[in-house]
Design a protein around this ligand. Structure first.
Ligand code: ADP
Length: 533
């Protein structure tokens, strides 16, 4: 038996207080457990110690003292022991503690006779156990046990706090990962409407670094014109928005193109106090464009189908009237109109089929060595016959090298460009078709002296169903498919297409095709395809 003097007890008390103070300021769980164990062992002059906590996968040794790591496995009988609740006392004991200690002792080859097992408990929950062991000497006294119980209760509070903190840290890290990797842009504002956090998706959307946006007022970060007239950044600050709302608008990024976005604003309140506002920003540009395209598609197509069908139907029923006796000229005019309109219908249907092939990635071209001049002459001739107002001038050198192109597709490209040149120069003028060659490509152009295209509209000409809003556009027939087809076909040949145009002066469309070189012969890809970009 140890002789515990008064002074010793006093020292123990003092020590306990100091330790508790140190413990409560420790939030790193591993360091805290080491501190607890060191103090617990030293407090009762033990020699070895062990803290076992209940982990997700069962009990785990989280700290040890005076034990060599390689000897830890000998402590399994203690580590794996399932503490049992003492009824009515609110504490836990380790069943068969003595025999477990003997097992450890035998394994280790050390005489360990004394052990205290202290539950670390918080309210009704058992967090783990502290074991303190001593070789020879006297048994642990009742005082020892008392002081350890008091200590373990305090230690349990510290352990629980540290666990909560680490759980919070982990949850914050998890949330940050979710926020940063979310495909939607996210802005978190503080109670004054300044950004606390912005995520990567938003930073990409507006072309600004994340760090540069933190601390700025909402309106300096989210440059947005709202289509519904709601001021996103101001609305919650002046208390108008108590609950989440959704609004769509146009986002003006620092760099890059404007985007159509859908924004959800969620204010977070603590009682009546606004704490945070979460703004999520979704880029819905493609979705809106697709929606618009669908609407345009239906209206354009139904209009374009209706007109020729009405003409055909009108002439057909007029011509077959039994009470009328049509002269030759009227008959011919009527039949010609029917033929023209049927051609238009057939062309429209072809174009639609072609577009759906492009969309499905099934556009097929069969490139072969092709001489450009005869094709240009032939296609132009067809148009020359249709109009008296236009002069067609050809400027294709005789010695132009052959191109590697699908002749049928080439006719389609030229046909579309020439048809537009005629359509969009209603006052007539010269339509010039020419070409020149560089080392590896031939550039072809179709120039008119027509209405031209405003610079800001030139970018979207080549998109599907893109028709420009001019007076003439409404008068002329068209579906906005022609240039889209031209672009897809030219690109399928490995070429590119572009336009130079000035309103009221005219437009010139250019496209390139690869020059045929005999070594090409072996690697023609007959199945080159293109997709809708
Ligand atoms: P469509 O002629 O059937 O409307 P296109 O795709 O061929 O469709 O052309 C798209 C739009 O580009 C046209 O509606 C027209 O506004 C404009 N455009 C095309 N070619 C010309 C041109 N040569 N001159 C002026 N505008 C043109």
């Amino acid at each position: 038996m140890f002789d515990y003097g008064y002074e010793y007890l006093l020292r123990q008390q003092e020590y306990l207080l100091k330790t508790i103070k140190a413990m409560t300021s420790r939030l790193d769980l591993s360091a805290l457990l080491r501190l607890i164990l060191n103090h617990a062992v030293e407090m009762v002059q033990g020699e070895m110690g062990l803290i076992v906590l209940q982990g997700k996968r069962g009990p785990e040794v989280r700290a040890f003292y005076g034990i060599r790591p390689e000897d830890l496995s000998y402590f399994a009988p203690l580590v794996e022991a399932v503490p049992q609740r003492v009824p009515g006392v609110g504490s836990w004991i380790i069943p068969n503690l003595e025999s477990r200690v003997i097992q450890v002792t035998t394994g280790l080859g050390l005489p360990l006779h004394q052990v205290v097992a202290m539950p670390l408990k918080f309210k009704e929950d058992l967090l783990g156990m502290i074991y303190v062991l001593r070789r020879g000497g006297g048994a642990f006294s009742e005082d020892d046990r008392q002081v350890l119980v008091a200590f373990a209760d305090q230690a349990a509070i510290a352990v629980r706090n540290a666990r909560l903190v680490s759980q919070l840290r982990w949850e914050k890290a998890r949330l940050d990962t979710i926020i940063d990797n979310s495909p939607a842009g996210i802005i978190i504002l503080d109670d004054e409407g300044r950004t606390e956090q912005v995520n990567l998706a938003f930073s990409h959307m507006v072309g600004r670094r994340k760090e540069k946006m933190v601390g700025l007022p909402c309106a300096d970060v989210l440059h947005m014109r709202e289509t519904q007239g709601i001021e996103v950044c101001g609305s919650f600050l002046n208390g108008r928005a108590q609950s989440p709302f959704y609004v769509e608008g146009v986002l003006e990024p620092a760099r890059g193109k404007e985007k159509i976005v859908g924004v959800t604003v969620t204010p977070l309140y603590e009682g009546d106090e606004l704490v945070n506002v979460i703004i999520t920003v979704q880029d819905i540009t493609r979705f809106k464009e697709a929606e618009e395209m669908k609407v345009t598609f239906i209206s354009v197509i139904s209009h374009e189908l209706k007109t020729p069908v009405a003409v055909i139907k009108g002439y057909a029923s007029t011509l077959r009237r039994e009470d009328a006796n049509w002269d030759r000229k009227t008959l011919e005019d009527g039949l010609m109109a029917i033929e023209e309109e049927s051609n238009r219908l057939a062309e429209l249907i072809d174009n639609l089929l072609e577009v759906s092939r492009i969309q499905a990635g099934a556009l097929k071209i069969r490139p072969e060595p092709t001489s450009l001049r005869p094709i240009v002459e032939k296609v132009t001739e067809g148009f020359r016959m249709q109009t008296l107002r236009h002069d067609f001038v050809l400027d294709v050198p005789k010695n132009l090298p052959p191109v590697l192109a699908d002749p049928e597709r080439l006719r389609q490209i030229l046909g579309n460009l020439l048809s537009n040149a005629v359509k969009y120069s209603p006052r007539g003028g010269v339509i010039r078709v020419g070409a020149w060659s560089d080392s590896d490509k031939v550039t072809v152009y179709v120039a008119d002296q027509g209405i031209g295209i405003p610079p800001e509209e030139q970018g979207r000409l080549f998109r599907r169903f893109s028709r420009l809003d001019s007076g003439l556009r409404r008068e002329t027939k068209g579906t906005g498919l022609g240039l889209y087809l031209v672009k897809s076909l030219v690109e399928a040949h490995g070429g590119s297409v572009w336009v130079h145009s000035e309103p009221e002066k005219g437009s010139t469309f250019f496209f390139t095709l690869p020059v045929y070189r005999p070594q090409h012969a072996g690697n023609i890809n007959p199945l080159a395809g293109t997709h809708d970009g």
